[in-house]
Design a protein around this ligand. Structure first.
Ligand SMILES: Nc1ncnc2c1ncn2[C@@H]1O[C@H](COP(=O)(O)OP(=O)(O)OP(=O)(O)O)[C@@H](O)[C@H]1O
Length: 300
């Protein structure tokens, strides 16, 4: 289990992370989303034990992570900017990992060669960006990690490899309760993988929910009337967005489905549709509440 309790981190005068708290249960997949510069990488690096927090506590299975070798052996962190030793082939890197990780699984490493299909004698730094990312997953998953921390993990992978890597992660979560923390701007992808979502903005982890709850709590309403839109319809306290498209009005409203329906039905519309939002849309509307301009970003 990963726990962060009121964790803060500054770089000079910049507060990159402000009292962030989160809990990722064993076997759970937690996605961090946020605007550029929100503090996602900073948070992941603290949880992976690469940066030390200024304040607060970080615990992996109850123990501190910074400079704690026993804990770090259980964690694999794949950063957004990958690093490999300049002259090392894949096999040399594997040898390095074999020496460091007592949990290294040789059978798995050999077996993955049919998935990744890259010549193991090749120098890693001579490979393409996407191939280097494949190597990062190949090595990381061969150590049988208990915790996987991924920063923009699928960036640069082709669609087939994305699918294969996602399957490897999902299988490890199902088969051996791998705990995963992922940051990504690709919300469509997070939607496939995550059961929990946290939204970070300017160092503040301001919203955390189970993905299913998040989706249940916010709705897109398409509504049309014979005449004009009744003025009182806008009085629902949790309307996040409203737009008129011809004779149809679109509302994004936070609240329980039953309450939202009841509010709109009382005006006896000609058409009333309640639609689910994608994670992309939820992110855009929630960020809109924080002053981000949403109008030009609205998904259909
Ligand atoms: N080593 C560092 N030294 C100084 N400032 C830093 C350092 N690392 C991050 N920052 C600053 O901290 C803030 C958060 O950066 P971070 O990389 O964590 O954001 P992010 O959410 O991962 O962004 P992105 O989505 O753009 O990758 C930014 O303002 C960044 O400039």
């Amino acid at each position: 289990m990963i726990e962060a309790i009121s964790v803060s981190k500054s770089f000079g005068t910049l507060e990159a992370l402000k009292k962030a708290s989160l809990k990722v249960e064993k076997g759970s997949v937690y996605g961090i989303v946020g605007s550029n510069g929100a503090g996602k990488t900073t948070l992941l690096k603290i949880l992976a034990g690469i940066y030390q927090q200024d304040q607060g506590e970080v615990r992996i299975d109850g123990a501190g992570v910074f400079e704690n070798v026993n804990v770090k052996e259980k964690i694999q962190f794949i950063p957004d900017a990958l690093y490999f030793f300049a002259q090392h082939s894949i096999e040399d890197m594997a040898q390095y990992y074999r020496r460091i990780y007592p949990t290294w699984n040789e059978k798995r490493y050999q077996g993955f060669s049919s998935i990744f299909q890259i010549d193991r004698t090749k120098k890693v730094t001579s490979l393409s960006k996407g191939m280097q990312r494949q190597v990062a997953f190949w090595l990381a998953l061969s150590t049988m990690p208990e915790i996987l921390i991924l920063d923009e993990p699928l960036d640069g992978l082709d669609p087939v490899m994305r699918k294969k890597v996602k399957k490897l992660i999902i299988d490890d979560v199902a088969d051996r309760e791998l705990t995963v923390l992922i940051s990504s701007h690709n919300l469509r992808e997070l939607e496939d993988l995550c059961d929990h979502i946290g939204i970070l903005h300017k160092g503040d982890l301001f919203l955390q929910r189970e993905l299913d709850d998040l989706k249940r709590e916010i709705h897109k309403v398409q509504i049309a009337f014979k005449g004009d839109l009744p003025e009182a319809i806008r009085e629902h306290k949790s309307i996040l967005y409203h737009e008129k498209r011809g004779s149809v009005s679109l509302f994004v409203v936070r609240g329980a489905q039953h309450d939202v329906l009841q509010h709109f039905q009382q005006f006896q519309p000609l058409i009333l549709d309640l639609l689910p939002l994608t994670l992309d849309e939820i992110f855009i509307y929630e960020m809109g509440g924080l002053g981000y301009a949403v109008e030009e970003l609205i998904a259909e």
